[in-house]
Design a protein around this ligand. Sequence first.
Ligand code: MG
Ligand code: MG
Length: 254
Amino acid sequence: MSNIYTQKEIASLREGGKRLARILSLLAERSVPGVSTAELDVYAEELIRAGGDIPSFKDYAPVWGGPAYPAALCASVNKEVVHGVPRADRILEEGDIIGLDLGLTHDGLVSDSAITVAVGEISAETQRLMDVTKEATYAGIKAAVAGARVGDIGHAIEDVVKEAGFYVMEDLGGHGVGHHVHEAPVIPNFGTPGKGPLLHEGQVLAIEVMTGAGTGNGRTLKDKFTYVTKDGSMSAHFEHTIVVTDTGGEVLTK
Ligand code: MG
Ligand code: MG
């Protein structure tokens, strides 16, 4: 049994998650043409620290290796799927979409959440990609029932994305979260119902869906962080930290 949290810890995660959701909505309002992703990162860190909390991603080095992340925010624009490093020369333009992925440590516990937002007017097809990705995230959350298995979550997510004619990014998925940014289990966004690790009440998970409009394959750029769709097609990302209950996932990052 891994990462089962106490009621007291879940209460702290609920408070941290609430703060994180508010900060993401403020960042969404700032995501307009002419703003750089570096400005969004500075704003994100200011907002987190103003609440006495810690940006969980800053200087975080994943246990599986690789360099430490240099910013508070992951800001991934258009074909960038995840881990877009904020830059002063990355200026948002009308028609872009930006994935805002942020971790906040409150009372020593990590919440992780992401939203994708439109910069000005976007195309109907890009809006559909965003809508489907969000819908798939909620389908995964609903499937996070105590007694179900990790494969049930992945299956629910992939079903929604496939049905809409889009792709889940095969190399990326959800994960346990709370004491650390990444904990077991790994949650692929595809799977077979009834297969994979058992889900337990009180388990805290980051359910996150990363989609590609034209492919489920991607690659990491030379900066060693930014992960893009292999064909350059648009990508969207939604994520919530949840706690597993016997009626499905309770969203903590709201
Ligand atoms: Mg995240
Ligand atoms: Mg995550």
